[in-house]
Design a protein around this ligand. Structure first.
Ligand SMILES: *Cc1c(COP(=O)(O)O)cnc(C)c1O
Length: 415
């Protein structure tokens, strides 16, 4: 087993934990600026990168799929037909990262070949579902680097989700080490620029055995990766048709909708499949309390545009705090839009000039139509992306691919 960049981290002290992660449950409850003892994610990330770079030259993984010393020059790519890449597991990267947490020894882990996990049937995750995931992507940039987009945000979100599900939050440096080593070990699986990305899937699982309801005695942090194609093949946004969901809700106040808990995703499948059968790409969920306000799509956040005003539902615990959502809010303000995090009624959405959705995989997706109680509202010309969605998509993808300045400091070069 190829073990490299082995890390170990002392057991967590629950008292000393940084509570800034709580901001991810509800944007309104806690401001990170009011937490003096917290280093910012950016500081932690920079510290981490300094250390990671210092050890990288010493500890290169040697992988089964590469020859020589396993070091991939930036241009080296795997033997994949990049033009036929879809979004799936056809091109699973050969190396994964796995760390285990035991209360006595803390986090310990490293790289190993991609392969099955051994779990006892009594593993907590199989019985009671202690499981959160993340979704990120590494891309080749215009400057020739392999880059990540705001990985500190994913680290903080996983920590927040871990707390909600009574799991030990992997410290940001453990999470970032896991992600960076996975990307570096699979650098040849990062598609050429414009052809797609290396999609990264960090998992935090309660893998230890338990019978009565309770948290697992031990945990696994796994990061695997797959080469995936660009979401919009043509490079142009294809508008999607959405329908307002009237029977099911995605999340309830006080529930766990604000976390990327695995358990949030199976219940949406039946709804999504029914919508697809009726010709829609997906559904828009309404708030569970009043059935009045837009929440989000199965795995994307939602925005409306009316004149110069862009609105997106506020984070109150039921909506997933998307990294793309947060970035679009900042970017749109810089582009001169007035952005409001405020409740959006269905009626208001039906009268908007535009609607778009956001998420790591799609970046921005223009909504071509919204249907509510049989009434269909068309946005823009059929088949063509609306102008604000397109403008923000282009600005954000340019930024993510380092095709210009990075005024926000969002880009993290990995290799
Ligand atoms: C992951 C996810 C999003 C988008 O989050 P990003 O960080 O932008 O990828 C939005 N809604 C749900 C329900 C999600 O799971």
């Amino acid at each position: 087993m190829a073990q490299s960049t082995r890390i170990s981290h002392p057991p967590l002290s629950y008292d000393g934990r940084c509570i800034a992660v709580k901001q991810f449950f509800s944007g309104s409850h806690i401001r990170s600026s009011s937490l003096p003892n917290c280093t910012t994610p950016r500081q932690r990330l920079q510290d981490h990168l300094l250390r990671a770079n210092a050890t990288l030259t010493k500890e290169e993984p040697s992988t089964a799929s590469t020859s020589g010393n396993g070091e991939h020059s930036n241009g080296a790519v795997a033997n994949i037909n990049w033009d036929e890449l879809g979004f799936g597991i056809d091109h699973m990267a050969p190396m994964m990262y796995r760390a285990t947490y035991h209360p006595s020894s803390g986090w310990e882990g490293g790289l190993e070949p991609y392969g099955p996990l051994q779990l006892e049937p009594s593993a907590q995750v199989l019985n009671y579902g202690q499981s959160v995931f993340e979704g990120m992507k590494a891309q080749r940039s215009a400057k020739g680097n392999i880059v990540l987009f705001r990985p500190d945000e994913n680290a903080a979100r996983m920590m927040a989700g871990a707390e909600r599900l009574s799991m030990p939050p992997p410290p940001a440096d453990v999470f970032l080490d896991a992600v960076l080593s996975t990307v570096r070990a699979n650098a040849h699986y990062v598609p050429p620029r414009g052809k797609g990305s290396l999609y990264l899937r960090p998992l935090l699982l309660g893998t230890g055995p338990i019978l009565g309801l309770g948290p697992a005695p031990s945990y696994s942090l796994v990061v695997y990766a797959a080469a995936v194609g660009a979401y919009f093949k043509t490079g142009q946004l294809t508008p999607i048709d959405l329908v307002v969901e009237e029977r099911f809700h995605r999340a309830a106040p006080g529930g766990m909708g604000g976390t990327k808990a695995a358990g949030n995703y199976s219940p949406v499948l039946v709804v999504q499949l029914a919508a697809k059968k009726s010709g829609y790409a997906d559904v828009v969920y309404l708030d569970a309390k009043t059935d009045t306000y837009l929440e989000e799509v199965s795995s994307c956040n939602i925005f409306t545009v009316k004149g110069n005003v862009i609105k997106t539902p506020p984070l109150a615990g039921t909506i997933l705090p998307g990294v793309t959502r947060k970035s679009v809010i900042q970017l749109a303000r810089q582009l001169g839009y007035e952005v409001q995090e405020a409740n959006v009624t269905v009626t208001e959405a039906m009268e908007a000039d535009e609607i778009f959705t956001t998420g790591t995989a799609v970046v921005v997706s223009a909504v071509g139509s919204l249907t509510h109680r049989g009434q269909k509202k068309q946005f823009g010309e059929p088949g063509k992306p609306t102008k604000t969605a397109l403008r923000i998509y282009e600005a954000l993808t340019a930024l993510q691919q380092e095709a210009g300045e990075d005024p926000f400091g969002w880009i993290v070069p990995v290799a």
